[in-house]
Design a protein. Structure first.
Length: 235
C-alpha cells in the first residue's frame, strides 16, 4: 500500500471510483433559455442563426452541422430533408422543420458548405464553439457550449410529451437493447421529434398522454410547421 511522507499507510484515492459531479447548467437549456438563445442568434446573421437552429431545433452535433453541404438538402414525401454523417461515420437523413429550413439561407447557391465563417470558408468546430459562447453571453445565459443545445433539444422533446422511443430515434442514440434499425418508424418523418420541439419552444402546450399519438403530434404542431403532402401521397 502507498505510504505518506510520514510512513503511515494512505488510501490510493486515484483507485477509488467516486460519482462524477455535473452542474445542472451543463446538462442543457430549458425551454425559455433555448427560445432566448435562438432569438439572440437571429440577431447576429444567417450563419449564426442557422447553426443555432440546427443544434437546438434539430439536435445535431456540432461536427454534423459543420459538415453539412447544400448538396445534402433534399425532399422526401413533403419534408425538407438534410443528409448528415453522424457519430461513428453513420449516414442519416433528418427532416428540417420549416423554421430551420427558412433559416438556412443559400440564395442561389446549390453547392458548397451550408455554414460559413466570416472569411467565406467552411465553419469549423472551434469557430462554432466560439459562436455559441458568444450568443449565450449576449443572451444572458452565461457559458453555453454546443452540446448544451443538443441536450436542450432532447429535453424539450421529452417535456413536450414526445414518446421516449421517438426521442431516441431523433437523437440517433445507439442502444444495443433495441433493434431500431429494423423499425420502419425511423422512416416516418411525420413523427419526428423536431416538429414537436419547434412548436413547444415557440409556445405550444405539452402533449396530453391521453391523446392518440398521431393526433397529439398534429396538435403540437402549428399549421405553418406541418409538412405539406402532395396529392399523390395523401391517403
Amino acid at each position: 500500500m502507498p505510504t505518506s511522507t510520514a510512513g503511515s499507510p494512505r488510501t490510493p484515492r486515484s483507485t477509488l471510483a467516486g460519482p462524477r459531479c455535473t452542474r445542472a447548467k451543463d446538462v442543457g437549456l430549458d425551454r425559455g433559455e433555448l427560445g432566448r438563445f435562438l432569438f439572440t442568434a437571429e440577431r447576429y446573421d444567417t450563419d449564426h442563426a442557422a447553426l443555432a437552429a440546427l443544434l437546438g431545433l434539430n439536435g445535431l452535433r456540432v461536427s454534423e452541422a459543420c459538415a453539412t453541404d447544400a448538396e445534402d438538402l433534399g425532399f422526401d414525401r413533403g419534408h425538407r430533408t438534410l443528409r448528415i454523417i453522424g457519430k461513428g461515420n453513420k449516414p442519416a437523413v433528418i427532416p428540417l422543420v420549416p423554421r430551420v429550413a427558412r433559416t438556412i439561407a443559400l440564395g442561389e447557391r446549390c453547392e458548397g458548405p451550408i455554414l460559413h465563417r466570416h472569411d467565406g470558408q467552411r465553419l469549423d468546430r472551434r469557430t462554432a464553439h466560439r459562436w455559441v459562447r458568444s450568443i449565450g453571453k449576449r443572451a444572458g445565459l452565461g457559458i453555453v457550449h454546443p452540446h448544451m443545445l443538443r441536450a436542450a433539444f432532447i429535453m424539450a422533446a421529452l417535456d413536450a410529451g414526445v414518446p421516449l422511443r421517438d426521442v431516441q430515434i431523433a437523437a440517433r442514440h445507439a442502444d444495443p437493447r433495441t433493434r431500431t434499425v429494423y423499425d420502419r418508424r425511423r422512416e416516418n418523418f411525420d413523427r419526428h421529434a423536431a416538429y414537436v420541439v419547434v412548436a413547444f419552444v415557440a409556445g405550444g402546450k405539452e402533449l396530453s398522454s391521453s391523446m392518440p399519438r398521431c393526433s397529439a403530434s398534429a396538435a403540437a404542431m402549428s399549421s405553418s410547421e406541418r409538412p405539406v403532402r402532395s396529392a399523390a401521397t395523401r391517403p
